[in-house]
Design a protein around this ligand. Structure first.
Ligand SMILES: Cc1cc2nc3c(=O)[nH]c(=O)nc-3n(C[C@H](O)[C@H](O)[C@H](O)COP(=O)(O)OP(=O)(O)OC[C@H]3O[C@@H](n4cnc5c(N)ncnc54)[C@H](O)[C@@H]3O)c2cc1C
Length: 407
């Protein structure tokens, strides 16, 4: 049997590692678009701040040798042929498979005019991030303009601010991280970011990147144009499914999968940002493009490939900001039938409850309760008269409270 994995991101390499835990001999080929060993995108900002390699190359630089993988680096799959059980690479190489894993992740989604102008940076790969940081280090970037104040946009802004760059972010919505944060938590995050020197232009629509041969400005909907030394698109991500067009594998926004993470095609599996997996709480298919989902999906695929029948429990929506200087955590739904809230200064806790169960929470300033709240949420445990205690400042932090809940 031959296994081919498309993509060597967190999902692809974890599929390979999981298979190897059970099977040392099955031939595994990984096709990697990158010319680096597998890396962890969430560790990129830290890597650029500290120069340390270790959390970035999270499986070790020698992972391919250690796991006996045939890695095809710096190339892409351009077509998948189901009937012949083959993939074709961009250089025309054809590889046969018995089992195929699609772990091609996501790329930048920038639905703005002028998005193909040379000079627009993004942070969706180590190569792209290096290109930006190379310019910063060369002293070419004193000012930067970021379009989009989602988690990735904020992370880039804080990194660049730490490196002495004057950063402006333009965000269409009236708050930062609008898909994950409520108005109150977002306001705390915005104040903290501003105190770190980041200029936020909220409720401001960027219409287009402009320039004749390369980008030299961003045109706003009100007709103003903003300029900077560097322009960065952080407007969202989109699953990499373009090479599957015409293959017969069912895609929507992402790849459609069943509860074992099988695609619509026999012997073809998928994991990570490319997948539209059922949400753990709602059961609705959704692309929750975060690292823990990529890894847990990959483990499920790896186990299924070695014959251990494993059901995927569902994807979660979860994120935290690492470089804000104030811990922030956003998990699950942004609202519920009831809200339990506690606030003191910039420390805020909001827990959303529906049908007697936690469906989401937002923490800022103190995230120590995150573990207990998350466990309660994913267990689907009924709060049985505990709900009012969710607003206690000590709830989920003290051992006593923890013991009481789980008793
Ligand atoms: C800057 C940044 C910060 C982040 N911070 C966090 C965080 O704090 N917490 C968190 O949970 N998540 C975070 N994420 C998201 C997290 O990195 C992703 O969810 C995770 O990387 C998904 O892994 P993946 O393997 O599915 O996809 P990817 O990491 O996108 O890897 C897929 C790989 O497949 C390659 N590929 C694509 N098409 C093809 C093809 N046709 N042939 C061959 N290869 C192909 C891609 O180039 C890529 O190398 C962050 C992401 C970024 C960019």
């Amino acid at each position: 049997m031959r296994i081919v994995i498309i993509g060597a991101g967190p999902a692809g390499i974890t599929v390979a590692e999981t298979i190897r835990r059970f099977d040392r001999s099955v031939p595994i080929t990984i096709i990697s678009a990158e010319s680096f060993p597998p890396y962890s995108p969430p560790a990129m900002a830290d890597h650029f701040l500290t120069g340390r390699d270790e959390p970035l190359f999270w499986k070790g630089r020698d992972v391919a040798d250690r796991l006996a993988l045939d890695v095809r680096e710096a190339t892409l799959v351009r077509a998948v042929r189901l009937a012949a059980k083959e993939v074709e690479l961009v250089d025309g190489t054809v590889l046969a498979w018995d089992r195929l894993v699609i772990a091609s992740g996501s790329g930048l989604y920038a639905p703005l005019e002028g998005n193909d102008l040379p000079g627009i940076h993004d942070f969706k790969s180590l190569r792209a991030a290096r290109a930006l940081l190379g310019r910063v280090r060369a002293g070419e970037v004193r000012t930067a303009l970021i379009v989009g104040a989602g988690f990735i946009g904020m992370e880039i802004a804080l990194l660049l601010a730490d490196l002495g760059v004057q950063v402006t972010i333009v965000e269409l919505q009236d708050r930062v991280i609008p898909r994950m944060l409520d108005v109150e938590t977002a306001a705390i995050v915005a104040r903290q970011a501003r105190s770190r020197g980041v200029e936020l232009r909220l409720g401001t629509e960027a219409k287009a990147f402009i320039g004749s041969t390369a980008v030299d400005g961003v045109l706003l909907a009100d007709g103003d144009a903003l300029t900077a030394d560097a322009y960065i698109a952080a407007t969202g991500v989109r699953p990499h499914t373009e090479f599957l067009q015409g293959s017969g594998i069912e895609t929507a926004w992402g790849l459609r999968v069943d509860d074992h993470l099988r695609t619509s095609a026999a012997d073809v599996w998928a994991a990570g940002d490319v997948v539209e997996a059922p949400d753990r709480l709602t059961g609705e298919p959704y692309v929750h493009a975060i690292f823990p989902n990529a890894v847990s999906q990959a483990e499920v695929v790896g186990r299924n490939l070695v014959g251990l029948d494993t059901v995927y429990p569902g994807a979660e929506s979860m994120n935290s900001l690492k470089h804000l200087g104030l811990p922030v955590m956003a998990v699950g739904a942004p609202s519920g039938d009831e809200e339990f809230r506690w606030r003191s200064g910039d420390v805020v806790r909001k827990v959303f409850v529906s049908d007697g169960r936690i469906v989401g929470f937002r923490l800022a300033g103190d995230i120590r309760a995150g573990g207990v709240l998350h466990s309660l949420m994913v267990s689907g445990r009924s709060l049985r008269g505990f709900a009012h205690r969710l607003a206690d400042p000590g709830f989920g932090i003290g051992e006593v409270v923890g013991r009481a809940i789980f008793a």
